[in-house]
Design a protein around this ligand. Structure first.
Ligand SMILES: Nc1ncnc2c1ncn2[C@@H]1O[C@H](COP(=O)(O)OP(=O)(O)OP(=O)(O)O)[C@@H](O)[C@H]1O
Length: 611
């Protein structure tokens, strides 16, 4: 329960509906807790003949009793017959208002938590997404917050109403007992309430453990599902359907097993409380009769006891809800409390556009323990086009990813015109960089909207000019609706080359002084390849460019080549220099020529590098 308190701060935004909800809960409690037993205590004895001459009443009760008696039997009967539905009407309206308003407040809380989670996910470093599966994160954002909504909505409406009902009926019981000594013995069965609490606590604990496992498995299932939905090609190409189905069945069966356990514990609470309560009732009857209790007193006692056990039962259910919700809170907090490992500086320095050079000063970096970049020390003057080559896993992408601060160096520093990247805001660093990834992501929306990502306020003319420079204009016009063509979820309707050209158009539009380009490893068709090549030649002009090169054709547009091997730069120079002086690079080129001189334009660089 304590764990949920911080989230109730979101209620500040809905304080009035929440307050109205609480007040209706109190009205509900008074109407049901004290109203009904009160009727049976004061009113029914007037209407129904009893063995007892007159009920024992206190001053106020006698006053009410006398006024009611003065009305006459028939009139009173009419009033009571109206009073009963009226009491229930008040109970119904206040109960409804309470449930609606508290649910509304609960939903607003969940809405705020979902937004907080999303905001947090936008700021977390890339490393967080590498270590967590997107499906699991999705489950935390959607299913866990939904469970939280159920908890807040389910619990909140009762959280005020039920304790208030319990208190009012218990207060009434104590009051009755105070008035009538014979009742004292009869309220002793109330000690069965603590027994109920014990039952609730122990079941709640078990339920919490199972709920935690269940939510975790649920996250795993969503992750597996999203993986499966994202890889239809591989699944079919490798005939993995049966394996996927078997895997899915296994997960579902495990989830079913855990879900049933949760249901068992959840459903056990109410009947257990009823059994304990029925023993309490039986004890009340026994002790009441032994103490010489009269029917009117017993009716009052019975009503109040009934009203007292109902909230205990409901509170038990709330406890189970909180136990289940605790597991979700834990999973939500995993995201909310994640530290941003790429801290912003306390007093950020304004980063002017790059004019002179980017420097890597003795930079080393490790994702885990093993360094993947070692003592990299170099300067890249403004406007230089640098090709990064070397075997797979040599550290090329890691090197390029340090420039936009996707990661920070473990040792050493990277500067732009002498300013350490870590002393500027991440958004300012990234504003200077355009990135064209290997498989550019296209967002849901039109082609124009996808290009406009480079500059959100770009005019249609600017978008088209960028597309022309990227050699994308023609194929865009050939689409059904030209620039207004919707691209699919992952841009599946476009070819790899077309997607790259849209990403290049984005980069043209962004017009940033630094460009990072990760070439597509898959071969583009020769026309697309030529288009991309032409677009790139244009794009790199006047920008400091890093190209993770997979094609030798790319090296021809580079001023400088960095050869990576096992995290070190083992050769650094122009294509011509390295070709003549560096044996590794020379070997790379020779192997390429040996492999097939006719396809030199499309041979992946790393395929010819021997470690
Ligand atoms: N997020 C990560 N967590 C842990 N290790 C990683 C991570 N990303 C990369 N690595 C490891 O770091 C090393 C360098 O990887 P990097 O991607 O920089 O190589 P690369 O030269 O770009 O390779 P490729 O050409 O295949 O993309 C590899 O051994 C890789 O397994």
């Amino acid at each position: 329960m304590k764990r949920f308190l911080p989230y109730y701060q979101h209620l500040r935004a809905v304080k009035w509906p929440f307050a109205a909800g609480v007040i209706s809960g109190l009205i509900y409690a008074v109407a049901s807790g004290a109203g009904i037993p009160l009727m049976s205590k004061i009113v029914f004895p007037i209407l129904f003949p009893s063995k007892k001459d007159k009920p024992e009443l206190d001053g106020l009760q006698t006053f009410i009793h006398d006024r009611l008696s003065d009305l006459g039997h028939d009139k009173l009967l009419l009033i009571i017959c109206l009073w009963i539905p009226l009491t229930f009407l008040i109970r119904a309206i206040s109960g409804y208002a309470n449930a609606y308003l508290i649910n509304y407040s609960g939903l607003r809380v969940v809405e705020a938590i979902r937004v907080d989670l999303f905001v947090k996910l936008q700021t977390l470093p890339i490393s967080f997404f590498k270590k967590n599966k997107s499906g699991d994160l999705l489950a935390r954002l959607m299913s866990d917050t939904d469970i939280l909504r159920q908890v807040i909505a389910g619990a909140s409406s009762d959280l005020i109403k039920q304790p208030a009902t319990l208190l009012s009926s218990m207060g009434f019981l104590v009051y009755l007992a105070w008035q009538n000594h014979s009742l004292f013995a009869a309220i002793i069965p109330l000690i069965s309430i603590p027994i109920c609490v014990l039952v609730i606590r122990s079941v709640g604990k078990k339920l919490a453990a199972r709920a935690k496992q269940l939510q975790k498995k649920g996250g795993g299932l969503t992750a597996a599902l999203s993986e499966s939905l994202q890889s239809p090609l591989e699944i079919r190409a490798y005939n993995l359907q049966q394996r996927q189905i078997a895997n899915f069945r296994l997960r579902i069966a495990e989830i079913l097993r855990l879900a049933l356990k949760v249901v068992r514990y959840k459903q056990a609470i109410s009947p257990s409380i009823e059994v304990v309560a029925s023993i309490g009732f039986a004890a009340a009857i026994y002790m009441g009769v032994k103490a010489g209790m009269v029917l009117e007193d017993f009716l009052g006692l019975f009503g109040a006891l009934f009203m007292a056990y109902e909230p205990v039962k409901k509170l038990g259910m709330i406890h189970t809800l909180f136990s289940q919700g605790g597991a979700s809170i834990e999973r939500i907090e995993y995201i909310l409390n994640e530290d941003d490992t790429l801290n912003e500086p306390e007093t950020p320095i304004t980063l002017p556009p790059l004019r002179k050079a980017i420097r890597f000063e003795n930079v080393s970096f490790a994702y885990l323990d093993e360094p993947v970049l070692r003592e990299v020390d170099l300067e890249i003057p403004f406007g230089q086009v640098v090709a990064l080559v070397g075997p797979s896993g040599a550290g090329k992408s890691t090197f390029a990813n340090l420039v936009p601060r996707f990661y920070d160096p473990g040792l050493g520093r990277i500067t732009i015109d002498g300013i350490d990247l870590r002393s500027a805001l991440k958004k300012d660093v990234r504003a200077q960089i355009a990135v064209v990834p290997q498989m550019p992501a296209l967002f849901t929306g039109t082609i124009a909207e996808n290009i406009r990502i480079g500059k959100l306020d770009a005019t249609d003319e600017e978008v088209q000019a960028a597309a022309r420079k990227a050699h994308a204009h023609e194929f865009i016009l050939a689409q059904d609706k030209g620039y207004d063509t919707e691209v699919g979820e992952r841009g599946e309707s476009l070819s790899g080359g077309q997607r790259q050209r849209i990403a290049i158009a984005r980069a043209f539009l962004k017009n940033a002084p630094i460009l990072i380009l990760d070439e597509a490893t898959s071969a583009l068709d020769s026309e697309s390849e030529a288009m991309v090549q032409q677009a790139l030649t244009e794009l790199v002009k006047g920008r400091t460019t890093f190209i993770i090169a997979h094609r030798f054709s790319t090296i021809t547009i580079a001023d400088r080549v960095l050869v990576f091997n096992k995290g070190r730069i083992v050769a650094d120079g122009s294509h011509a220099e390295l070709r003549d002086t560096d044996p590794t690079y020379g070997a790379m080129l020779r192997s390429q020529m040996l492999s097939d001189t006719s396809t030199t334009e499309a041979i992946p660089a790393e395929s010819v590098v021997q470690e």
